[in-house]
Write a protein that binds this ligand. Structure first.
Ligand SMILES: [Mn+2]
Length: 466
C-alpha cells in the first residue's frame, strides 16, 4: 500500500474536493517525460470522472505568458518554483502538483484560492522519492484509479529518480509495489544496459559510456567480447536483446564488465563499479515483448522523443492507451529523433567542438535545439573525457534571449560525492541565471554574453574535487 503521511493525505483530500467541485479544468504540465506522463494520469482521471478539460504542455519559461481563464487551473510537474500571484484571484482556483523545491510555504495566503501539493512540505525528497507523475497518480488514487500506478513508475524512471541508487525508493517504491500487486509491472535486478527489449545486445553494449572502455562506441569489440564469453548474439536469424540473455549469460557479462571497469577507473572509484552496471529494471506486463513500451527506460525515451520535438499529444495518446496509429506515430517520431541526434553528434565530433578546461569540458551547440541539448550532451560524454563533466550550450531560442546550459557526467563522479545540480544552481546564480537538477544530469539558463564567465566560475568551483 502507498503510505504517505497524514498531513500529505490531508492535502490530497483538499485537491480531491477541488477536482470534484470543478467542471471546467485546464491542465498545464511540463514537456518532459515526467510532465507528459503526469498529464496523461490527470487526463485519464478527469475522463473517468466525466470532467471537461484541456491540457497544454509547457516549458518553465512559458508560465509568465499564461492567463488563467478556467474555473480550475492545474499546474503539474511545475509551478512550485514559480510566482503564482496572478493566478490566485477570487474568480479562479489553482492546484499545483509539483515535486520540485517550492518557493512558498505550505498553506500560504491567497485565501484558499491556491492548493499546492509538494512532497518537500512533508520532508519527502522530490528528486528521488516521488516524481510529478507520482504526485498526479497519488491524486488519481484518491478516486480509486489504482490501475494508473504503472504511469507513476514510468514517470519516476523518466525523471531519472532511480539514477543514483539503481532502484526506486520512498513513495516511488510504494507506487511500484502497488503496481506489482496489480500485475501491471515486474521488477528485477538486471544489468544496467539501455535497450533491454529492442536493441541487439552487441549494439546496446557499445553505448556503454559512463567510463570509456574498449567496447564503447565499438560494435566489433562488443561482438568479440560476447563471443569470448560464449554469449550467442543471435537466436536463429534474430538478434538477441538483453532481455533474451539467460541468468548465467548475464552473470558472465556482469563479471567481465566489473573486471574491465576495475582496471580502467582510478582506485577511489573501484568500489562503485558494480553499482554502475547493475540496477533494477521495470517491465510493463501488459505490453508486448520486444516492444519499445515493454521496458520502463525505453518507454520513457519514446515519450521524451515526442516531447522534445513538440508532439506531446502523440505520447499522451499512447500513454492513455492508443496502441494503433498513436503507437505508429510514436515510433516514427522516435526514428526521426534518433536521426536528428545522430546528425548533431556528427556535427560536434566532425568539427571537434569539445573544448577541455582544467576540470570540465564543453561544447557550443548553437545548431542544436534547446529541447535536445541535454540528450546530446549525455551522448557525447562517451566521446570525451569521462573523468570530467561535460557541458553543452545553446541559445534558448523561441525569440527568448539567453543560453541553455546542460551538464552530464559519469555517475562515478556523483557516487564520489559531487552534486552537480547544486553546484550549477550556485554558479548560474552568480552570473544572473537559474539552474538546478540531479547530481549527474542538470542544467541552467544564463544570460547571453555570460558564457565565458559561467564556464570559468564553474571550472574554478570544481578545483580539487574532480
Ligand atoms: Mn518532474
Amino acid at each position: 500500500m502507498v503510505e504517505s503521511n497524514n498531513a500529505m493525505n490531508l492535502s490530497f483530500k483538499k485537491a480531491h474536493e477541488l477536482i470534484k467541485e470543478s467542471e471546467d479544468i485546464k491542465i498545464y504540465t511540463h514537456i518532459d517525460c515526467d510532465g507528459v506522463t503526469a498529464g496523461a494520469v490527470l487526463s485519464s482521471m478527469l475522463d473517468r470522472l466525466g470532467k471537461d478539460h484541456e491540457i497544454d504542455f509547457i516549458s518553465l519559461d512559458k508560465i509568465e505568458d499564461i492567463e488563467s481563464e478556467n474555473e480550475l487551473t492545474i499546474f503539474s510537474d511545475l509551478g512550485s518554483g514559480q510566482e503564482m500571484d496572478k493566478f490566485c484571484t477570487s474568480s479562479t482556483k489553482t492546484l499545483i502538483l509539483d515535486h520540485h523545491p517550492p518557493i512558498r510555504k505550505m498553506d500560504n495566503s491567497y485565501n484558499g484560492q491556491l492548493v499546492e501539493l509538494n512532497p518537500h512540505f512533508h520532508n519527502i525528497d522530490g528528486s528521488y522519492e516521488i516524481s510529478g507523475g507520482g504526485m498526479a497518480y497519488l491524486l488519481a488514487r484518491t478516486f480509486g484509479f489504482i490501475d494508473l500506478s504503472w504511469m507513476g513508475v514510468l514517470s519516476a524512471v523518466g525523471d531519472m529518480q532511480n539514477s543514483f541508487s539503481g532502484k526506486l525508493i520512498g513513495l516511488n517504491n510504494s507506487i511500484l509495489n502497488e503496481s506489482i500487486q496489480e500485475n501491471l509491472i515486474s521488477s528485477q535486478n538486471d544489468l544496467a544496459i539501455y535497450g533491454r527489449q529492442t536493441r541487439p545486445i552487441f549494439i546496446a553494449l557499445s553505448y556503454f559510456g559512463d567510463v570509456n572502455l574498449p567496447i564503447t562506441n565499438n560494435k566489433t569489440e562488443c561482438l568479440l567480447l560476447l563471443n569470448k564469453l560464449d554469449i550467442p548474439t543471435k537466436n536463429g536469424r534474430k538478434h538477441r536483446p538483453l532481455c533474451d540473455l539467460t541468468v548465467q549469460e548475464k552473470g558472465r557479462l556482469f563479471s567481465e564488465l566489473v573486471r574491465m571497469l576495475s582496471l580502467e577507473v582510478p582506485a577511489k572509484y573501484v568500489k562503485y563499479v558494480p553499482k554502475l552496471i547493475s540496477g533494477d529494471s521495470y517491465e510493463f506486463l501488459m505490453e508486448e515483448k520486444y516492444s519499445p513500451l515493454r521496458d520502463a527506460s525505453e518507454f520513457s525515451t519514446a515519450v521524451n522523443a515526442c516531447g522534445r520535438h513538440n508532439h506531446h499529444n502523440v505520447a499522451m495518446n499512447v500513454l492513455k492507451g492508443d496502441r494503433g496509429s498513436g503507437l505508429d506515430e510514436m515510433e516514427d517520431l522516435a526514428l526521426e529523433h534518433r536521426r536528428y541526434l545522430a546528425k548533431k553528434m556528427e556535427w560536434i565530433r566532425g568539427d571537434e567542438r569539445i573544448t577541455a578546461m582544467d576540470n570540465l569540458q564543453y561544447f557550443e551547440g548553437s545548431e542544436i535545439k534547446s529541447e535536445v541539448i541535454g540528450t546530446i550532451t549525455g551522448m557525447i560524454l562517451s566521446y570525451g573525457d569521462w573523468k570530467k563533466p561535460i557541458i553543452g550550450l545553446t541559445p534558448i531560442g523561441d525569440e527568448k534571449e539567453g543560453i541553455k546550459v546542460s551538464l552530464r557526467c559519469s555517475r562515478l563522479l556523483a557516487y564520489d560525492g559531487i552534486h552537480f545540480g547544486n553546484l550549477i544552481r550556485k554558479v548560474a546564480k552568480k552570473v544572473g541565471g537559474t539552474g538546478g537538477g540531479h547530481s549527474v544530469a542538470c542544467g541552467a539558463y544564463i544570460p547571453e554574453g555570460k558564457t565565458n564567465e559561467f564556464l570559468k566560475l564553474f571550472d574554478e568551483s570544481l578545483k580539487g574535487k574532480i
